[in-house]
Design a protein around this ligand. Sequence first.
Ligand code: PPS
Length: 314
Amino acid sequence: MDLPKQLNDKFSIGEYSDGIHADDLENLKTGEYGYRYRLLENVVMPPYITPEKYQFSRTIQTRDSDICYTSYPKSGSTWLAYILVLIVNNGEIPACKDTLRNSLHWVASSWTYPRSQAELEATPSPRIFKSHMPYQMALGGDPIKNPCKYIYIARNPKDVAVSYYYFEREKSWSGYYSGPWDHWLKIFMEGNVQRGSWFDHVLSWWQHRDADNILFLRYEDLKANFKQELRKIMTFLGYEQHDDMITKIAEKTTFENMQKDNFSNMHEIKEFHSFFRKGKVRSWKEQFEEDQCLAFNEFYEKKNERHWTQFDLG
Ligand code: PPS
């Protein structure tokens, strides 16, 4: 949607509005407790992932220097984003950029990171793209037929479910969803939240984890052994690893630093004030009741029966 610049600046940066960012309004749906979404390729998506932007994201010509970081929501992708921006800028914040958001491109979204085709083409390499798509809806079409490098980050689904609940509750882009935690957990397990099923999403990328241009990471590994995971990312991207740069990136990307640093804390987006919530492993224990935990574990085992490695749910 082409908006007059003033309007675009005013609304696209700080505030989400269906009228400005959703497009194709007649196909927006409202679920229980006011939850807003649209369906794309039969997957539940946020209203600001418009059909037009989604098509644009699928057909964009990627370069072999492009990096696309991808995740199910609330899995540590912003943390990964800052790591990537620092890697490609020798461990420093890029001099010409004021925020992390402005150092990245989110092609499928009409809100928070709007970019035109012309802007993308004019962007020097390496370009860094954000995506929250499952494999079959990835940026640039089928990843294994694409020159771009994709880094997927996954997180314990129990922590994701809790983090996502607090992110979606009473927010404009979720239709001010007002459901209680047990309702949220139910729709999360059913795959009826924006981005669809966590299980299907993670599995879609996990199945391609051995492709040369795909790196599969876990939030918990970054927490447990940051420098080792950072070296893994740098090796994958073909960057030399100097100890001082590793140390610099480790220091700048701690939860505490990202939360207080105006470059990374997304203070410019109105409803993101609690974005840096806990940043911990297993904080789900403060939220799940015992019966919810048992039901989740059982459901997870069933979903996983014929598939992949066990994610540590503990
Ligand atoms: S989003 O909105 O989907 O892009 O969210 P995403 O960035 O993927 O995930 C947000 C959660 O990641 C936590 N976070 C961090 N954890 C550890 N270290 C650092 N540096 C960091 N930065 C962000 C953030 O706090 C969210 O998790 P919760 O559990 O809600 O705190």
